[in-house]
Design a protein around this ligand. Sequence first.
Ligand code: KIV
Ligand code: ZN
Length: 514
Amino acid sequence: MAADEPRQIRIFDTTLRDGEQSPGASMNLAEKLKIASMLADLRVDVIEAGFPIASPGDFEAVREVASQIRSSVICGLARCGDADIDRAWEALQPAAQPRIHVFLATSAIHREFKLQMDKEEIIRRAVAGVQRAAGYCSDVEFSPEDAARTEPDFLCRVVEAAIAAGATTVNIPDTVGYATPEHMGKVIRDLVSRVPNIGDAVISVHCHNDLGLAVANSLAAVENGAGQIECTINGIGERAGNCSLEEVVMAMRTRADYYKTDTRIVSQRLVPASRLVSGITGLHVQRNKAIVGRNAFAHEAGIHQDGMLKEASTYEIMRPQDVGFFNTDLVLGKHSGRAALADRATTLGYQLDDAQLKSVFADFKVLADKKKEIYDSDIVALIEQQNWLQSPGWTIESYQMQTESGQTPQVRLTLRHGERTETREMACGDGPVDAIFLAIEELTGYEVRCVEFSVHSVSVGRDAQGEVNVEVEYQGQRFRGRGISTDSVEASAHAFLEAINRIIAIQEATKARQ
Ligand code: KIV
Ligand code: ZN
């Protein structure tokens, strides 16, 4: 590396593992594969695809991601026990570049209350775990869980022993989001100066966001010698989440003058990646979220707008197009053709094959008849809804609703399942949304409890498409659904039906395994 070349920091994405641990964010296999493919296009260095021993679904996800993605390292998580490590290695068999990630808690609190192990036992187990993993795979990561709260002398001993046993990456987690930037910087500095074999491994950092400091702590670790950052798209993850990939990457890129580091990430794909993950998980991105929030580049104050028109750099430290936003948000209309739509979809980060383009274009024409101006966000919604339409299960063939103040709504709903259609006509519900939910329950035979319901607009204007997200409870488990339409009752029906389709898919998968 030439003296003035930036130091390359590896990006380890754990959206599919730690991110999936966000309450309500569980994903099915097809969704995980979509995210994995997007992560590969983003050029993340490592994709942590799951925790294979945790469930058959996690195992399958790691195996499928490992067989489909060749350009990134694929990682499976394991505790320091033989069964976990063997299962992780089994799942990683198809990988071109496999990594086993073993972890064991090291802090006094975890040793005493969770593990009931003394320090010597921890070291013995960590070494045994790393050695077993290294017997299978040359790329082994070791994480001393709750490292940020571990006594510094003991942390140095564990890290040294793990490296001697074969760990090629040592990851330092702030598991409970307790550290501050100064604290995290010192933890890494200590390891660099006190662990004799530290040069034989890459130091990684894994920060949780309980105090809103995950990005700052990760950057402090990098400043003090870390060479890998563990993060997630939109910062999703356990509790308050993990370090946000888009924020940490853009901080290093925008302030390369200060950090003198860079990553391989294709930053123009950050916004599409963020939208894909929020669409799949149902975890919305707040409007003012740095980098990918809808307002991240919106200038409201007149004085700012004036400055922007004269010279963008007066109020903008990054260009919106560099993270995947486009200046020309108002793009297409009724007279736009297929080629224009294909072009726009590519610019927004979606590679549509002929069949997909054909069906998105058909929906685009329907939307353009209802809505004069089609924005990028409408196109994204159309494409993502398309993915939903391709998922098997019930779909809405048609519905009619009659409402009158003071009267019970009257609904006529037809659903399709493969070749079969079913219709119900009923007077029910406390309003049109309740009525259509009841009709769907009646037709599918699934009675669920709706525990969350939210509506927001996808683009702007009175004719904007509405996006509805629902969460329903069925036999103690929660399922999400999302629907988009210019008609909010129809969007609600799509969302509710998607949640029911997920229940059916899970039941069918469980039956198939028995
Ligand atoms: O937060 C944590 O400590 C983890 C480990 C498994 C790396 O997620
Ligand atoms: Zn974590």
